[in-house]
Design a protein around this ligand. Structure first.
Ligand code: IMP
Ligand code: MG
Length: 179
């Protein structure tokens, strides 16, 4: 009978918390007071929740909206197709927007989101991602703020899922194969 999968830690809760604080300090200095933070769901909800509280501690109090996109389904490979599952509510015309996501891999998800918000009249859209996976980019897109570079492996925890599991882990890690 297969055992319960074990997850090997790549970024601990303490490492993530420290990095999020540093990122928030940087964001608070670089972006204007009326920035709209758009959390790309589902994966970024844990990161975004910590980030906005770190932003408040850093002296910035920004409004938030949520954009649910889907491209992955339950597979660990990108389908290459991105669609809006649930849209934002706020009007982005003339707004500075910060797109927050968990991980930048092919870039298809975030380039879709950025293009969508710019087409709707956002003044400027910058990208903040907790993790960046090297060597996998398909879309021409750079993140403006990156938490950690990670290896080319499938990560779970801190909002990241594998077939809807492991999002609640307080750290980020890799699922070890069970025998
Ligand atoms: P991209 O469109 O290929 O850049 O993929 C971005 C999205 O794919 C992320 O927002 C995640 O939801 C998902 N994703 C990419 N890599 C991983 C991973 O290692 N673990 C969990 N989700 C991932
Ligand atoms: Mg995601």
């Amino acid at each position: 009978m297969p055992g319960r999968p074990t997850v090997t830690v790549r970024f601990s809760a303490a490492e993530i918390a420290a990095r999020v604080d540093v990122m928030a300090g940087e964001l608070a200095v670089k972006l204007p007071a009326d920035t709209l933070v758009v959390s790309v769901l589902k994966g970024s909800f844990v990161f975004a929740a910590d980030l906005i509280r770190a932003l408040s501690r850093a002296g910035a109090d920004w409004s938030m909206d949520f954009l649910t996109l889907s491209s992955y389904g339950t597979k660990t490979e990108s389908s290459g197709r991105v669609k809006v599952v649930r849209d934002i509510v706020d009007d982005v015309r003339q707004r500075e927007v910060l797109l927050v996501d968990d991980i930048l891999e092919s870039g298809l998800t975030l380039s879709f989101a950025k293009k969508l918000l710019l087409e709707r009249g956002a003044k400027h859209v910058s990208i903040c991602t907790l993790l960046e996976k090297p060597g996998k980019r398909i879309a021409q897109l750079d993140a403006d703020f990156v938490g950690f570079q990670c290896g080319d492996e499938f990560l779970v925890g801190y909002g990241l899922d594998w077939a809807h599991r492991f999002r609640g882990l307080p750290y980020i890690g890799v699922v070890e194969k069970t025998s």
